[in-house]
Design a protein around this ligand. Structure first.
Ligand code: NAP
Length: 514
């Protein structure tokens, strides 16, 4: 299926002279225009002249329609046996697997990450779809002995209702799947608002969901701004659960608004992830891990390594390796062979990163990089040179604040204790790693790092979908995505007692001495 022939492309756009297609919302099983008819563009961050499509600039009215559709679809979907819901998910996973290359290329074009990483992003979506399809045949509750005779005691999970799904642009296929699959397999229906930088990926994903057979109204897509569409979803009394991934600032705002209605809110927010390199580490391995974690996805992963905390005796040899290897990284379009680093997502991101580089110049010593990359064709995109600062102190701003770009701060420390202290001295707690050959030290780190994910002898990225994913402290609010625990966000527990004794039995009273 070509992009312009996509079911999301409006007839008006197909007929138009322009080759830029227009896409629609997906509400109640139909591709529909927004109420106002206004659109916004999604552009290729590697070449801003390349307009990918026009998307409905949704409003509160569009979000309201989608919520209504999801509400209407809920009773039938909830009543569909969970294994049957899982079967739709299997079909969806298979369709994604078949379309993996197409989705990955569309992602590289819209979001900028290099093709190998885009394929990985799609694969995460496939993996979680298969995992959650299987969950349709598990969804365990407890069956426990009752404290009273002739009485049965058990607990079951039940869906909550309409789930509001609000996602960022940096994992435009994986993150929506991480949220929608557990929501749907447990019997909820969803209203999905993707980031305004990646509406095309979201549209392609929802097209496949429709093709897989999710019934009309179970999955609804509304594109548009956070303020217009996001706020309406968050404020709606008919959306009892919100799952949000994005910046801490937006997450806090959503939590405050949703708190007024006592909604359940799952937040996956920012990070300031660190790698500890000890004097006994394999420095070549550490270099591989750090480069991949710091500059992969142009530093725009929530698990990106932005701090290296290194014992002084190995500071110079590590720095030399990092500098040499980082200088060899090639910037360019993620769709081109041999490119290591794609663009930042938009011009505002380039400005933000450049601002932090200025802060870094005052706080540490610039080892390399430090400027937007504008040579030749790069001038048409949002490129920034991989940047390394050394001599950073743990509490410096560039050691504390999430930059979300290819900027690495190297923090020298005297010993393991100082390394653990520095690593934990942040308001975030998503991912952390240590390079050491000493098993005792590795276990201390596994115990003492304040993070939801810990790696030993690997960088800070690379989560697998069958373990919980999420962070401590201000990275979130205690919920987890992925793993079987992902369904906790989208289910209510119901404890059920069946008394077949034929007479009244009072718990804690009739089975105790007076
Ligand atoms: P963002 O600006 O907070 O946006 C995230 C989503 O929220 C977008 O869909 C955005 O819509 C929407 N939004 C904005 N304002 C809203 C509002 N008032 N109400 C409801 N929704 C609203 O974050 P981002 O820049 O896209 O993503 C980068 C951040 O995500 C980083 O901080 C990164 O660490 C974090 N992240 C965390 C994880 C994790 O699992 N912990 C994973 C990935 C990313 P618009 O696009 O229309 O503004």
């Amino acid at each position: 299926m070509t992009e312009t022939a996509s079911p999301a492309a409006s007839p008006a756009a197909s007929a138009a002279r322009t080759t830029v297609p227009t896409f629609r919302h997906f509400i109640a099983g139909e591709w529909v225009d927004g109420v106002t008819g206004e659109t916004f563009e999604s552009v290729n961050p590697a070449d801003r002249r390349d307009v990918i499509g026009r998307f409905q600039a949704g409003t509160g009215a569009d979000a309201g329609r989608a919520v209504k559709a999801a509400e209407m679809a809920f009773p039938a979907w909830r009543a569909t046996p969970a294994p049957k819901r899982g079967e739709v998910m299997y079909r969806f996973a298979e369709l994604m697997a078949r379309q993996k290359e197409r989705l990955a290329r569309a992602m590289s074009r819209e979001m900028g990450k290099v093709l190998a990483e885009a394929r990985g992003d799609v694969q995460e979506g496939i993996d979680i779809a298969y995992l959650m399809a299987g969950e349709g045949r598990r969804m365990f509750g407890d069956t426990v002995p009752s404290e009273l005779p002739d009485k049965w005691a058990m607990s079951i999970r039940q869906p909550i209702g309409v789930a509001g799904i609000i996602t960022p642009w940096n994992f435009p296929i994986a993150i929506p799947c991480w949220k929608m699959m557990p929501a749907l397999v447990t019997g909820n229906t969803v209203v999905f608002k993707p980031a305004s930088d990646t509406p095309h990926c979201a549209t392609l994903l929802v097209e496949l969901m429709a093709e897989a057979g999710f019934p009309p109204g179970t999955v609804n897509l509304v594109t548009g701004s956070g303020a217009a569409v996001g706020d309406t979803i968050v404020d709606s009394p008919d959306v009892p659960v919100i799952s949000f991934t994005g910046s801490s600032a937006t997450g806090k705002r959503i939590a405050e608004r949703a708190g007024r209605r006592l909604k359940r809110v799952s937040l996956e927010l920012g990070g300031k992830n660190g790698v500890v390199v000890l004097r006994d580490a394999d420095l070549d391995l550490a270099t591989d891990g750090i480069l991949w974690s710091a500059f992969g996805t142009t530093g725009q992963r929530c698990t990106a390594c932005s701090r290296v905390i290194v014992e002084r005796p190995v500071l110079e040899p590590l720095l030399a390796r990092l500098e040499k290897r980082a200088k060899a990284l090639r910037l360019g379009s993620g769709l081109e062979d041999g490119v290591d680093i794609g663009p930042l997502i938009n011009a505002a991101a380039v400005e933000k990163v450049a601002g932090y580089v200025e802060v870094g110049r005052r706080e540490g010593e610039l080892v390399m990089g430090g400027a937007a990359a504008t040579d030749g064709d790069l001038a048409h995109g949002n490129f920034f040179a991989p940047t390394i600062f050394s001599g950073v102190k743990p509490m410096d701003r560039i050691g504390q604040e999430e930059i979300f770009g290819p900027v690495l701060s190297v923090i020298p420390v005297d010993d393991l204790d100082a390394a653990v202290t520095a690593l934990n001295q942040t308001r975030y707690g998503l991912s952390a790693s240590i390079f050491t050959r000493d098993v005792n030290t590795a276990f201390r780190a596994m115990r003492d790092f304040e993070a939801g994910i810990v790696y030993v002898n690997a960088g800070t990225t690379g989560a697998e979908t069958h373990l919980p994913f999420g962070g401590w402290k201000e990275t979130g609010n205690g919920h987890r995505e992925a793993g079987h625990v992902a369904i906790d966000t989208y289910t209510e527990w119901k404890s059920i007692y069946v008394d077949f004794s034929g007479h009244l039995q009072r718990a804690q009273i009739d089975n105790q001495p007076d």
